[in-house]
Design a protein around this ligand. Structure first.
Ligand code: CP3
Length: 351
């Protein structure tokens, strides 16, 4: 009773941060990974005449794109418009987006790893922090939370070694077995960069941060524990989590949920292959959970989407907290109507 009174008039920022920290809320907050993207005609218009990288570096444009989902599809948090490879530019890596990251000279040797600079992110990619400061100033009066993010070391390494996206990242996995010391050194540099980059985002106004380890689920449990978990633990330990909770996302990570828990992240973001109810019960008081509708399910009729939202919200109650989201990012084919149905159903949960 006391809780329901205390949560009666939560702002969006309070609801979001409380859910991440496992404090009482009236209902789960909602946002979507890749909520600003090609599925929105307004995003395509804002991208006209500039490359993806130019859009990430153009402060005004990036602020506008970041804010689009708030008005257009009713999400309750704003994530910085950028990419996990933006800070990698500051490491001296020549890369381009076509549309995914393509590395001019894939990193395969110790000499190449040693040439990688661990930059002061504030100096290397100053526009990222300017975008965050402007977003925070725009969102503060409305009490909408602002998220920052980074790619996790293993996922960044996957592209850096492979040179581009891949189904199985076989070059990276072979390096793991053939040249472990080279991969170890690469992950160490990327971990340093990531800690500095995320803390600088928190200083610039990010109120929560998400670490994307999209490809870590390619590893078996033992390899994940050896190669991925220590990077997460180092980041968790050195992040200013008193100022911003950390959400950890792993795609295809149903087999590593226990290892994700051991990272110490505040929120575990699970993909749609995971039985959300079972995972939330399993996680219990040890962490909050985020997820996990299949992005393709947003093609369904609105009443079915609403039913899934109610099911997810019910399932999420078993965990310490729950943030409603998809199991992976919105796709270019995602109907905006489906996204609106998802957020509208979330807002209705309280009634
Ligand atoms: O969530 C958000 O809305 C914030 C912005 C964001 C982008 N990329 C914008 C983007 C975030 C958080 C990312 C993360 C990212 N980028 C990941 C991890 C999460 C995931 O989706 O798995 C990865 C692996 C990347 C690397 C990357 N960037 C790929 C594979 C691609 C091509 C795939 C695609 O969607 O086209 C990109 C390009 C990219 N990043 C786009 C956007 C909006 C599309 C580029 C365009 O609009 O031309």
């Amino acid at each position: 009773m006391g809780d329901s009174l205390a949560t009666a008039e939560l702002t969006r920022t309070e609801r979001f941060l409380r859910a991440c920290r496992g404090e009482p809320v009236d209902r789960p907050p909602v946002w979507l990974m890749r909520q600003a993207g090609r599925y929105l005609p307004e995003y395509r218009a804002a991208r006209e005449g500039v490359t993806f990288l130019q859009a990430c570096q153009d402060v005004e444009r990036a602020v506008e794109i970041s804010l689009q989902p708030l008005r257009l599809v009713g999400t309750e948090a704003v994530i910085l418009f950028s990419d996990i490879f933006v800070p990698v530019l500051g490491m001296g890596v020549d890369l381009d987006f076509r549309p995914g990251p393509v590395i001019a000279e894939p990193i395969r040797t110790r000499e190449q790893v040693e040439k990688l600079v661990v930059p002061d992110a504030r100096a290397a990619v100053p526009y990222v922090f300017e975008i965050l400061r402007r977003l925070r100033a725009a969102l503060e009066p409305e009490a909408v939370p602002l998220l920052g993010f980074a790619g996790a070391p293993f996922t960044l390494a996957a592209y850096l070694v492979e040179g581009r996206g891949s189904k199985d990242f076989g070059t990276l996995k072979r390096m793991l077995y053939r040249e472990p010391a080279v991969l170890r050194a690469l992950l160490e540099r990327l971990t340093e960069m990531t800690v500095d980059y995320l803390n600088a985002q928190i200083d610039a106004g990010a109120q929560a941060v998400q670490l994307f380890d999209t490809w870590a689920g390619l590893l078996g449990v033992a390899e994940y524990r050896e190669w991925v978990l220590p990077t997460h633990q180092a980041i968790v330990r050195r992040l200013r989590r008193d100022r911003a909770p950390l959400i950890l996302y792993v795609n295809g990570g149903a087999h590593v949920v226990d290892a994700m828990l051991e990272s110490g992240a505040d929120v575990l973001s699970l993909d749609w292959r995971v039985d959300f109810a079972a995972a939330a019960r399993h996680v219990g008081r040890r962490a909050a959970v985020q997820g996990n509708l299949d992005p393709c399910a947003l093609a369904a009729p609105p009443e079915r989407i609403a039913a899934w939202v109610r099911e997810l919200a019910e399932a999420g109650r078993a965990a310490r907290g729950h943030v409603l989201n998809l199991g992976h990012g919105c796709l270019p084919e995602t109907p905006a109507e489906g996204v609106r149905a998802f957020t509208a159903a979330a807002r209705k949960l309280a009634q």
